[in-house]
Ligand binder design. Structure first.
Ligand code: ZN
Ligand code: ZN
Ligand code: FE
Length: 762
């Protein structure tokens, strides 16, 4: 008899992989064993040589999502006399970690049927799951993935659950979070003081009544708390905005089912498939006309972010409510999502009227992921629940490193071997809560994968909380320039070889010359970059404080382009009083608190304010977003004039002619929709010009500006027409959520080459 030792690598733990191995081995009459190891799933087969060989073919053929078999390595071949019956053995620890921790998976159709089947012993049990669905990353405390290393370890299985858990023929065979009403977690409804009002089905039904009555209920889900209210109830939504201090930023909506999605928005097959996928992200869809949900959900916005119920508790709520609910992260604006019920009662004090909680602990916060479709492809705008912590491949081997990301929309990334894992989203590190979440992740991510970092990577900005973290601990980090990281992230996910023309357009990032970059053209080659062009810029009065003040950008742009008419235009177009004009002029003249910026994001702000589309914004990127939504898509495809000039080897696209023409058009009362459209086309035209000058290089678009669909789609279309290869962010977001990935890719390359490592402060 032959003995074959195999190692299965990929998404193989917590996805019903061992039962699959067991079933195939049984069918082929093989002896041996299968067990989880940190490095993957180990398989020992004993039997006739022919049968042993057939095994691999069957395994590959029958491996189904969510499991994914990347590699089946043969570790050894030997001979034995007899075969013991095939069994599933206990997990082993130690060895090189390579197994993937699975993301959280939305409730599968089989579990959903049982949830509403009165004959099922899990009828209306809010914690139903199986090997195809349920929580994973949000409950895992270590690998290998076994119940003892999840937050379910405190719940002892009842006899019936244990029988299912141990039966290889059962859908719940080795489903680690297995639970039932007799032995699993329980839901409770709490009042604002955290006092228990009731439990189990009563709690769920009471929460439904409160939502119907217009109240705001905090609901503990998979990766944290949502704040939920009736999406049709304008007063409730306005009250939620007031309490959450969130003026206009759109709220996500959870729709009861696909029928509702089609009523609310335009959704084709691809959109529906994504909504129904096990990742179950929020998908941005074009609203359909109608008054099905209140306008205050997403004011002045042609899109609505929709998701479907993805936890059994959501299904129970929505099935009974029969209406869409606002489902926004349970937090104050810009803070990370709450995960603990006691913490929620404190942090959501004054926001929620009731708390629908449960006692299955959440190991780490997971916001909902956000996606939209560009050119028929899924692009993630926030990579979180359902995607984290799936690894992305790196094209080379790297020593273990941890990249600490940017300051806004922070994520961190752990790279080792040939892979990189990007963490969940931590929010803006300005808040103490976000910094705490960041610090916990810095400890948690390497510990979870058993990979202590040997190198640390940060942004070159010395004052980012993430940079300070590394500096305060003397970690001697490698520093990567912000826009280089944006482009490197896209290069890494598309595995592009050789040099590219990177178009890094975002709101802000510290440039190598000490100015604020953000409208940059970078020739990016493996491990380095050369700045080859930029947008013309201006001094931004108010500096960092002006990032959310489009008026200040407009003033700076006017001062740079039409200085002679500054005072008059600032008064008339921007509605500024003499005092404000003097203050801004003084800042620009002296240069104090008025850094020079070439940021494309600030140009969008400036034009948005000049056109009167948005002078005051309540959240980052709002002015640019309003300008995008103002676009008249049928407007003449004519761009504004601009000039190009050379400046020390840099091509500078001078936007002064654009501003002057824009002002003339505003005088002539040209429709705002046309001006907005022409501005977008001008920005795309600039990118095409640069691409033409660097013909042969693939064009890589990165940075928060490419969340703008009109800009991105215009660039893709025009670049393709011009014969250029074009890439944009898909797996990781265009915004700063991708900075950690880019940092990891750049540093990994340097460490691999062991040349030119540039450390912060050198
Ligand atoms: Zn299931
Ligand atoms: Zn049970
Ligand atoms: Fe950025």
């Amino acid at each position: 008899m032959q003995v074959l030792e195999l190692l299965a690598v990929g998404a193989v733990q917590g996805v019903g992989f061992r039962p699959l191995v067991y079933r195939i081995a049984h069918r082929l009459g093989l002896g041996g064993a299968v067990w989880n190891e940190p490095g993957g799933v180990r398989i020992r087969l004993v039997g006739p040589a022919r049968r042993v060989e057939e095994f691999g073919a069957y395994l590959r053929a029958e491996c189904r999502f969510p499991a994914r078999l990347d590699q089946l390595r043969v570790l050894s071949v030997s001979e034995a006399d007899a075969a013991e019956p095939f069994r599933i053995a206990d997990s082993m620890s130690g060895g090189a970690p390579a197994a993937l921790v699975m993301p959280d998976l939305a409730t599968c159709p089989a579990c959903l049927r049982e949830l509403f089947d009165v004959r099922s012993r899990r009828y209306r049990h809010p914690f139903i799951n199986c090997t195809h669905c349920g929580p994973r990353y949000s409950i895992v405390t270590g690998i290998p993935y076994d119940r003892a290393l999840t937050t379910m370890h405190g719940f002892e299985m009842c006899a019936e659950c244990r029988a299912e858990y141990e039966n290889p023929e059962d859908r719940r065979f080795h489903a680690q979070p297995i639970a039932c009403p007799a032995c699993g977690p329980t839901a409770e409804l709490w009042d604002v003081n955290g006092a228990r009002l009731g439990a189990r089905d009563w709690a769920v039904r009471a929460a439904v009544q409160h939502i119907r009555a217009g109240q705001i209920v905090a609901v503990k889900g998979i990766g944290g708390f949502h704040l939920m209210c009736d999406a049709r109830n304008d007063a409730a939504i306005r009250e939620l905005r007031r309490r959450k201090r969130r003026d206009e930023k759109p709220f996500a909506v959870m729709a009861p089912d696909i029928g509702w999605v089609r009523i609310l928005a335009e959704a084709g097959d691809a959109e529906v498939n994504l909504l129904c996928s096990s990742a179950a992200p929020i998908v941005l869809l074009r609203k359909r006309p109608g008054e099905w949900i209140a306008g205050s959900v997403a004011p002045d916005n042609p899109y609505v972010g929709l998701m479907l119920p993805y936890a059994p508790l959501h299904h129970l709520l929505l099935r009974e409510l029969e209406c869409p609910v606002v489902a926004t992260s349970g937090n104050l604006s810009d803070e990370p999502i709450c995960i603990d019920e006691r913490e929620a009662v404190e942090r959501l004090d004054g926001i929620a009227d009731f708390f629908l909680v449960h006692n299955r602990p959440i190991a780490r916060p997971q916001d909902d992921s956000i996606a939209h479709f560009i050119d028929g492809r899924v692009c993630l705008l926030r990579r979180a629940r359902g995607y984290a912590p799936l690894a992305l491949p790196l094209p080379f081997e790297t020593p273990p490193l941890l990249a600490l990301g940017a300051h806004l929309k922070n994520t961190i990334a752990l790279a080792w071997h040939d892979r990189v894992v990007v963490s969940q989203h931590h929010g803006d590190l300005d808040t103490l809560e976000a910094r705490r979440a960041f610090e916990r992740a810095v400890d948690d991510l390497p510990a979870l994968f058993g990979v202590p970092p040997q190198h640390w990577v940060v942004d070159r900005h010395p004052d980012y909380a993430s940079t300070l973290y590394a500096r305060d601990r003397d970690l001697d980090p490698i520093a990567v320039q912000h826009h280089h990281a944006h482009i490197a992230a896209v290069v890494a996910e598309h595995d592009i070889e050789g040099p590219v023309l990177g178009v890094a357009w975002d709101g802000t990032g510290l440039g190598d010359d000490g100015t604020i970059w953000g409208g940059e053209f970078l020739r990016v080659y493996p491990g380095g970059f050369l700045r080859v062009g930029r947008l013309s810029g201006f001094r931004l009065p108010g500096g960092d404080g002006a990032m959310r003040k489009p008026l200040q950008s407009a003033f700076g742009a006017l001062a740079a382009c039409v200085r002679e008419r500054l005072r008059e235009l600032a008064e008339r177009l921007l509605g500024m009083d003499a005092e404000a004009i003097d203050a801004c002029s003084a800042m620009i003249a002296s240069g104090t608190n008025a850094p020079f910026t070439s940021s494309a994001g600030r140009w969008f702000d400036a034009v948005s304010a000049l056109c009167g589309v948005c002078r005051e914004s309540t959240y980052e990127g709002q002015a640019a977003q309003r300008l995008e939504y103002a676009c008249d898509l049928s407007a003449r495809a004519m761009h504004f004039p601009f000039e190009t000039r050379g400046d020390e080897g840099l091509v500078v696209f001078d936007l002064a002619p654009l501003v002057r023409t824009l002002l003339e058009e505003i005088e002539c009362q040209t429709a705002v929709g046309e001006l907005a459209m022409r501005f977008h086309l001008t920005m795309a035209e600039i990118i095409v010009r640069m691409a033409d000058a660097h013909r042969g290089l693939p064009v890589v678009l990165g940075g928060g500006c490419f969340q703008n669909r009109i800009l991105l789609q215009a660039c893709i279309r025009r670049l393709r027409e011009g014969g250029h290869a074009v890439y944009w962010p898909e797996q990781a977001p265009p915004n700063d959520g991708a900075i950690s990935l880019g940092q990891a890719a750049v540093a990994a390359y340097h460490l691999t080459q062991t040349i030119g490592i540039r450390h912060a402060g050198q």
